[in-house]
Design a protein around this ligand. Structure first.
Ligand code: C5P
Length: 217
């Protein structure tokens, strides 16, 4: 039997959209496919899965409880409300900054104004907060999408955010990462590194869950 059977697993996936006004937002290129693949694979192994999804165009995997959110603040609230759990997997591409305020009316071009400066404020780091929460899950797993110096940044986040495991991938590479069905991840923990893939995101998700199961057993 899988070590995940009967465990409560919370997964966050997809981008967040930070509204500027009723028609515009700041978003990112996360498709949500990796997080949905992890949620799907965990449910197939018998876990009780809550999937907190940003705005994505993906069907809900079988036997997964899905909570749709839009902004980083909504994702923070939904993830926090889903605690306690055994495993938290933060696969979402959460906005680091959000507009200081949302204009109630559509922002209009100003005559003679050639530049526009947006004032943004830091969002809360959901993953770091979950890892330091009084109801900390037994395992907290993060993702790191990097364009360069992947290992250095990933290991930095593993320590700074107090994670058990971090799955890093290079983005900006053709045929991998955002929007793709294929991926290559390197999972780092305090002791070493395991390469997962290249392969289908469903297979990579299975490999990541194997690493999680080994730590739950
Ligand atoms: O620091 P960085 O944003 O690259 O870290 C990525 C990891 O942190 C991902 O697992 C992401 O889901 C999580 N994160 C978060 N809340 C934020 C920013 C990132 O949970 N505000």
């Amino acid at each position: 039997m899988s070590a995940l059977a009967g465990r409560r697993v919370v997964v966050s996936a997809g981008p967040t959209f930070e509204d500027l006004d009723p028609v515009r937002f700041l978003g990112n290129r996360s498709s949500g496919k990796m997080g949905f693949a992890v949620a799907s694979a965990a449910a197939a192994r018998g876990a009780d899965v809550v999937l907190v999804a940003g705005p994505v165009h993906l069907p809900t995997p079988p036997n997964v409880t899905r909570i749709d959110v839009r902004s980083a603040a909504q994702m923070h609230a939904a993830v926090t409300a889903a605690l306690p759990c055994d495993v938290y997997i933060g696969a979402a591409a959460v906005a680091d900054y959000t507009p200081v305020s949302i204009s109630p009316n559509k922002l209009k071009k100003q005559p003679g104004q050639d530049t526009l400066t947006l004032q943004l404020v830091r969002t809360r780091d959901i993953l770091a907060e979950v890892a330091s929460h009084p109801k900390r899950p037994r395992l907290v797993v993060g993702f790191a999408a990097e364009t360069h110096d992947v290992e250095t940044y990933a290991r930095g986040k593993l320590v700074a955010k107090k994670l058990d495991l971090i799955a890093a991938n290079r983005v900006g590479v053709e045929g991998s990462g955002f929007e793709s069905d294929e991926n290559t991840l390197v999972a780092y923990d305090a002791n070493g590194a395991t390469t997962l893939g290249p392969g289908a995101k469903s297979d990579i998700a299975g490999g990541l869950l194997d690493l999680i199961e080994a730590r739950l057993a």
